[in-house]
Design a protein around this ligand. Structure first.
Ligand code: ITT
Length: 185
């Protein structure tokens, strides 16, 4: 069993579903943490997992996720949480009015810590920012993200999200690592 330290229950539910299929059991560790300010998901997640480990003293991971919009010079990136609280997906769509390049990358960095090691796992998913919000499932930016090769947003097709998302890819790398190391947890 590994703790997943997060304040975001949506992330936890996705991780539980994805990791359940790999045989890795996780438990929610309710974690409210003021993350450091940085452009790097890796730096943010490494600092956060250190703080989480200080509290759990048991194997634990965190997930730092951002959406990087090419036509906005990678904005909002590591500031995605703050930006959605301030301007919402509506605000992002307004910013996109002036932009023709709608390419975007969703990126998750998982940082894991136990008594021996700190390690990160990055998963990415490329797509486009949709012209309007669509769909009711998911959370955050899911209603405006359409993965490449598909026509629906993640919020319209949550099964698809959990099969190919940034979180899915990073969690799979993570669970392969844990399973291959045979860590006693
Ligand atoms: P933590 O406690 O785990 O840090 P958080 O919600 O603050 O939770 P992040 O900083 O990693 O998490 O994420 C920033 C925001 O990006 C988050 O609040 C969501 O609005 C959005 N987000 C993260 N993952 C997402 C996903 O899979 N789909 C859509 N939006 C996502």
């Amino acid at each position: 069993m590994v703790f997943f330290a997060t304040s975001n229950l949506n992330k936890f539910k996705e991780a539980e579903e994805i990791l359940g299929k790999t045989g890795l059991e996780i438990k929610h560790f309710k974690f409210e943490h003021d993350e450091i300010r940085s452009d790097s998901l890796e730096d943010i997640s490494i600092e956060a997992v250190g703080a989480a480990y200080d509290q759990t003293k048991k194997p634990v991971f965190v997930d730092d996720t951002g959406i990087f919009i090419e036509g906005l010079n990678e904005f909002p990136g590591a500031y995605s949480g703050w930006v959605i609280k301030k301007i919402g997906v509506g605000g992002i769509l307004k910013l996109m009015d002036a932009v023709t390049n709608r390419n975007v990358v969703f990126r998750t960095c998982i940082a894991y810590q136990d008594k021996n090691i700190v390690k990160t796992f990055i998963g990415e998913n490329k797509g486009k920012i949709n012209s309007e919000p669509k769909g009711k499932s998911g959370f955050g930016y899911d209603s405006i993200f359409v993965p490449d090769g598909h026509t629906q947003t993640f919020a319209e097709n949550i099964e698809l999200k959990n099969k190919l998302s940034h979180r899915y890819k990073s969690l799979l790398l993570f669970s392969n690592y844990i399973n291959s190391r045979n860590i006693e947890i």
